[in-house]
Design a protein around this ligand. Structure first.
Ligand code: SAM
Length: 373
């Protein structure tokens, strides 16, 4: 018998049902947290499963055959997701990103997309509805997702060299299939496409320039993400982080770059375009380790089983599913969300120190595949 202890799925991260205030204040579309940050962006994890085993996210040694993923009954249903999402939108959310795990592994995801596409912001506008995927089955799904109302996609791709890519995903998955997925998304009109590469020094940093060369000239924003200390399973070390400044230096040695001003507050990436006239494409860097961007973080995360997390580095969530399945009214759930957000003071990345703060004993930091990247 295996000696491995498997957490009871529903209780793998601490979360209690948020308090429903006695006086139910209706959403106004403008909710500020205790550091005056508005709520604008909701990331929804639709599954905790993934067909890749990237060592920085779901290492094979931990997420193996014995690992118990959430049972289907724990997952929020599409109807529950939309109900909760609608309340977030009433509070000011304008952008919804579906993520996971690998979101395209959730069956009939296009049905959820179609339901979310019906929502309108507090100002009556369409939402910015997007999806982050590893691209493995995007070729098959792109047209249906577009038809359902998805606006655009972000594809994660950590190398253009097939051997390096197979090693990174640790599932022996070929790069050609992901590239076909990107092409299919472009053809379907799911652009402008973002391609995200997590850079791990000594593992795939030699792929920075080949990736830039590959996507230069295409209407694609190629973004380099600093390897982050999220979760508790990836064995993160600071010396494996390649600072974004170095990424930009390496690219600029071959291609002259011009900075692009931020297009929206709370934008996570610093951006550059190619200086050469008429050359399409963009470079971005997401420096969550070397340059924290907590001060304008406007993101909330809804986990696969309906827990609200206020920070990627949180160890505790707020169990909205308990309210949803416990018979709370929309007004009560909305008021509870409002109160949670108003009390939010998370700024983990800013407080990150060389000593890498850990949550109090007995609590582990939430894994990214569970709350969504
Ligand atoms: N499966 C989808 C995908 O591959 O895009 C969505 C979920 S994945 C958790 C979302 C993003 O988080 C991916 O771009 C992934 O590379 C990134 N990510 C995961 N762990 C990370 C880490 N430790 N540091 C930086 N980015 C990470």
């Amino acid at each position: 018998m295996s000696a491995k202890v498997i957490a009871v799925a529903d209780h793998r991260y601490r979360a209690s049902a948020p308090l429903v205030p006695e006086r139910l204040v209706a959403p106004t579309g403008e909710l500020l947290d205790s550091l005056h940050r508005p709520l604008r962006d909701l990331r929804i994890s639709v599954t905790d499963r993934c067909n890749f085993r990237c060592s920085y996210c779901m290492p094979k040694e931990v997420f193996d055959r014995d690992y118990s993923f959430l049972p289907h009954s724990s997952l929020l249903t599409f109807e529950e997701i939309v109900r909760v999402a609608r309340l977030f939108v009433a509070h000011g959310v304008r952008k919804i990103r579906l993520t996971g795990g690998e979101p395209l592994l959730r069956r009939h995801l296009e049905n959820l997309v179609a339901m979310l596409a019906e929502l309108r912001s507090a100002d009556g506008d369409r939402l910015d509805l997007t999806l982050t995927t590893n691209g493995s089955i995007l070729e098959r799904k792109a047209a249906a997702l577009k038809a359902a109302g998805l606006g655009r996609v972000t594809v994660s791709l950590d190398a253009i060299d097939d051997e390096v890519f197979r090693r990174m995903n640790d599932a022996d998955f070929p790069v050609a299939d992901v590239l076909r997925g990107i092409d299919a998304a472009e053809r379907a009109g799911l652009g402008p496409i973002k391609v995200n590469m997590v850079v791990k020094r000594g593992t795939n940093d030699q792929e920075i320039l080949p990736m830039a060369r590959h996507f230069r000239g295409r209407d694609v924003a190629l973004r380099f993400i600093e390897y982050m200390d999220v979760g508790a399973t990836n064995g993160w070390r600071m010396d494996e982080v390649l600072p974004s400044s170095e990424v930009v230096e390496r690219i600029a040695e071959e291609f002259a770059l011009v900075p692009v001003p931020a297009s929206a507050p709370g934008e996570t990436a610093a951006r550059w375009r190619y200086a050469q006239a008429g050359v399409a494409g963009e470079i971005g860097t997401i420096s969550s380790v070397t340059q924290a961007f907590c001060s304008d973080c406007n993101r909330a995360r809804l986990s696969t089983e309906g827990k609200l997390f206020l920070c990627l580095f949180a160890s505790r969530g707020h169990d909205l599913r308990a309210l949803v399945r416990g018979g709370a009214s929309d007004a009560e759930i909305a008021a509870a969300i409002g109160l949670v957000w108003q009390q939010r003071d998370d700024r983990y990345s800013e407080l990150r120190s060389a000593a890498r703060p850990q949550p109090p004993t007995g609590e582990k930091r939430v894994e990214m595949h569970y709350i969504g990247g």
